[in-house]
Design a protein around this ligand. Structure first.
Ligand code: GRF
Length: 208
């Protein structure tokens, strides 16, 4: 399958996904990277690997970047099948959500539907989890709809929250699982192993 990834910064999930494609663990190819910033670590990684980078949304300050319609046209031009959000902080425009039904995934560093939505990103998510007293956290992968961190959950993994965890400790523990879980789910999508239950819940069939 032909993949596009949306990033905003670090790009460690993008990197783990890209490496999985190179190792043939994921039968997909990254055709395009979209970032809200023209320069970021993830953008550098894309450029070093000869993957084109586009900017969305348009920045008035920089006078660069695409409109929503141009973004959809670009994704079509690159014949993208699957869109992966990996640390992308902006809301995806409705035009893209509607153009790629059941073909857009996001990864979130907590167990949705708790600790998600606008404002829950980066360190803040882990701070909120620790403050709540929750004993478990972990990454969630879900299909994307028009709202932040909303849409059908396809996979989760659980890690413990330990009594003296800092947000950084917890983030590192969750991130380790993110880097395993996202490639597993994308592998399933690329192999058409995702099925939809009648009530709209996606299920993954194992590969053996
Ligand atoms: C990850 O924790 C992801 O779950 C969240 O943003 C972070 C991105 O990290 N959506 P990276 O850019 O992949 O390193």
């Amino acid at each position: 399958k032909r993949l596009a990834v949306f990033v905003s910064g670090g790009g460690s999930n993008f990197r783990s996904l890209h490496e999985a494609t190179l190792q043939n663990k994921v039968f997909g190819d990254f055709e395009l990277v979209v970032s809200d910033k023209p320069a970021c670590k993830a953008c550098d990684y894309a450029k070093n690997n000869n993957i084109p980078v586009a900017q969305y949304p348009h920045s008035k300050v920089l006078d660069s970047g695409l409109s929503a319609a141009e973004l959809v046209a670009l994704l079509r031009q690159f014949e993208v099948d699957i869109v992966l959000l990996a640390g992308y902080l902006k809301l995806l425009p409705n035009e893209v959500v509607q153009a790629f039904p059941r073909a857009i995934l996001n990864i979130h560093p907590a167990l949705l539907p708790a600790f998600g939505g606008k404002g829950y990103f980066g360190r803040k998510v882990h701070e909120a989890v620790i403050k709540s007293g929750a004993r478990y956290s972990g990454p969630t992968i879900h299909f994307v709809d028009e709202k932040y961190d909303h849409g059908s959950i396809v996979a989760q993994r659980v890690v413990p929250v330990l009594p003296h965890d800092t947000p950084e400790d917890l983030s590192a523990r969750v991130m380790k699982e993110e880097h395993k879980l996202y490639p597993e789910v994308v592998a399933a999508i690329c192999e058409d192993r995702v099925f939809w239950r009648e009530d709209g819940v996606p299920l993954i069939r194992r590969s053996w």
